[in-house]
Design a protein around this ligand. Sequence first.
Ligand code: NAD
Length: 423
Amino acid sequence: MSTQTANATAHESMFEAVLARLDVAAKLMNMSEDVATILRSPIKQVKVSLPVMMDNGKIQVFEGYRIVHSTVLGPSKGGIRYAMDVNQDEVMALAAWMSFKCAVANLPYGGAKGGIKCDPRAMSVGELERMTRAYATSMKDVFGVNKDIPAPDMGTSGREMAWILDEFNKVTGEDSPGVITGKPIVIGGSLGRDAATGRGVMVNTLAALKKMNLNPKEITAAVQGFGNVGSHAARLLAEQGIKIVAIGDHTATFYNEKGIDIKEALEYAAKNGRVLKGFKGGTEIKSNEILTCKCDVLVPAALQNVITEEIAHGIQAKLIVEGANGPTMPEADAVLNDKKIIVVPDILANSGGVTVSYFEWVQNKAGYYWSENEVNTKHDEKMELAFSSVWHNASHYKTSMRIAAYITALQKIEQGVQLKGNY
Ligand code: NAD
């Protein structure tokens, strides 16, 4: 196993790192070389410049992207990220992950991703709204209910989705709520969507603990990131009896071996500009120490590339459930495999969000809305099935869950390519 992942050595580009893992999986499952060739290039790459009037009366031009990786299994689906490190390579990698994630979760979608290089925390609401509307208008020919359906990602939320929907409706002259997911409930969002990615992390954690014969009530966990994914994951894991011993965000990180009161942390963050700085429920530790602290389950739910080879050597957890996209570097995978740490990979672990986005799209198309209980029940069923398929492939191909998740996705995409045919 370690030799398979060792081939996926350090890559400067995130997209190259995705391809390296794809190559390992493709070889193991004996996938057609033609299909691998197709998947090495995204089918559409759009880059736009967005001139926006800032509050100081000056124009600032923002760089925006939308990259569609694949539409083999259906219209493309993927979030929109606002961050300073957004770039073409990163968006390509995230788009490819979406193709694999949707296939693993058995959703009728291909994969895409979008982003704007900006620092949303340093912008006013007005500036964010103007920039978001400019982005939506520039993508009017890319987005579409049966074409390409965006959603929130890091730095965006229901608020931005509402602006994008409004702008899209204006330029098309139609009301198309299904063109975007992760919307506020009142304008066509789905109950359960907000917590869905964290819920998926919880369902995958419980499924993995069961396979490991571990009782959740005797388990400790550390969760990096206290935004959409991390905060819901921490809350839902705690509700299952798992003791959360560490939490952190970009402002502060806390450890408490007796367990952190997550309800208290949520209330604190809600009153404190959605950040944890100043929280009194644990001892403050250095940001990176959360990854190597004493715990059974580690949930990285903030940034990519945080688990480096060096950090991997220090990790004490037995199980890692990747809430974030791409938190583990390829060279760290080999170390984690050697240490027999089970990693539930991002394309499985955080697919709860896109699963409920799919439910939102279905509800929008039908114009009929489900109860939260119905959404959660359907979500949990889909996640458990996806987990079982990946676990099965890991055992069948004697490989890691990460490579098994790629195999699970590639099996479906390969079939799709072969059935649809080519020029
Ligand atoms: P978010 O913007 O809501 O939250 C991000 C969190 O990460 C914040 O708490 C922030 O403070 C924290 N953070 C930022 N820098 C940090 C640092 N240096 N150290 C510790 N914490 C830091 O974003 P999100 O939607 O929760 O997304 C988090 C990750 O999950 C991303 O990788 C995203 O792609 C992935 N993801 C999100 C969804 C979703 O539905 N939101 C779905 C799938 C995957």
